[in-house]
Design a protein around this ligand. Sequence first.
Ligand code: NAP
Length: 488
Amino acid sequence: MTIQLNDMSLLKTQAFVNGEWTDGDNAETFAVTNPATGEHLADVASVGAAETRRAIAAAEVAMQDWKARPAAERAKFLRRWYELVMENQQDLAKLMTLEQGKVLAESVGEVAYGASFIEWFAEEARRVYGDVLALPQTDRRGVVIKQPVGVVAAITPWNFPNAMITRKVAPALAVGCAIVLKPASETPLSALALVELANRAGLPAGLFSVLPGSNAREIGAEMTGNPTVKKVTFTGSTPVGKILMAQCAQTVKRTSMELGGNAPVIIFDDADIDQAITGALISKFRNAGQTCICANRILVQDGIYDAFMAKFVAAVQAFQIGNGMDSASTHGPVITAKAARDIDAIVKSAVEQGAKVVLGGQIDEQGECFYQPTILTNVDTQMRVFREEIFGPVAPVFKFSTEAEAIAMANDTEFGLASYIYTRDIGRVWRVSEGIEYGMVGVNEVAISADVIPFGGVKESGQGREGSKYGLDDYLETKYICMGGLHS
Ligand code: NAP
């Protein structure tokens, strides 16, 4: 075994269904591989529709008791889970870097970020409020109460193998729902370690099951088709989100969708250039460019363009790609060899249409999952680098002249998740923030995410918000009760 943890019992390779570790019915497994080395890390149980159905049935049973408990009790469980996650931060981070590739410091950060959602929703659990309404008729009053939506099914991606899970599971459990989760096939170990810690924190059987599986379609079809599931929450690509929404329509399930992005970073002439460069570097290259809020298009106003490029290129030249476990590495591999080839195809197609490679531009000799940090200029709005989510360490830098042009370029996409603007002009801050069609705007800042903020997108980047006080709403139904007969 190539994995060494302080607590080896965090390394789980079975599914967790109805409070028990179990193999799939067919005893099938799938391999988990280290993208930095190609090493085989583990074989994980692969479940299908039948196990998913049993997990959903168990969730329905577990939820009856859970939702009837005082919110403070649910909060206490979440708090304990949070503490255990933080106590095991190093082990969870190591597992993450091994299966996902991001550098260890980023994994350590993600575990704390993921845990912050558990802590936040432990606190928010006690803050579910209703309303009393004055009705037109004087002999009655209206009461609005909030109730848990029901059994939730969640499907999550590999790029944040911890936080994308806690951001769904914690609010669901906080309000009294039960949840079944399918993690991404590339990163099941992080998910299984998380549920192991939840179990140690006192998780009731059936309340949270984790269903690893190599047949996502089969598990997804059961989750979206099963009438017991009342809500599906998904983080992943827009095409898969659309499939799940269509499937959910058959039983009119509630959905939350955290989908792809195509974030612009708009840097105006009056920006603090060093701040803008630092922001663009962090936002573009974090997690090797594989975050949904990564800068995808860097738009620089013509007056500052040359100065920006000189410093930006020098900074990217200093990056050290390598194994995430090596402290000298500033950036790790991308998730798979196929991902690296897909990134390369986007770059090659830009070059064929006239783009200039200033840096990088190919798969690195370190291995098939390593893509060189890349900067492209001479790019235009018809190229794939402008239109598609690159999901890799490739920075296309576009030039613009006017504020109106920048807003039009930013909005020229079906996506609308994160966006960033760099300017010192307060009027422009408001005009552009209100003029661009995005769920989130970072003004002179790219580190916009936190437990307290409503994370989510508009247009084809999704619907619903995760984190913040709004994050509970996605797991609550609104019920109106008309109280009549008040007149004596
Ligand atoms: P993906 O291919 O959509 O996969 C995401 C999850 O969906 C995985 O668990 C996958 O399972 C599963 N899946 C795939 N096809 C399915 C189907 N037909 N039915 C049911 N489940 C299915 O996305 P990804 O490549 O892992 O993640 C990258 C994408 O996620 C990017 O577009 C990124 O922007 C987006 N993302 C968005 C946010 C946000 O908050 N908006 C956050 C992070 C990532 P398998 O792994 O088994 O294939």
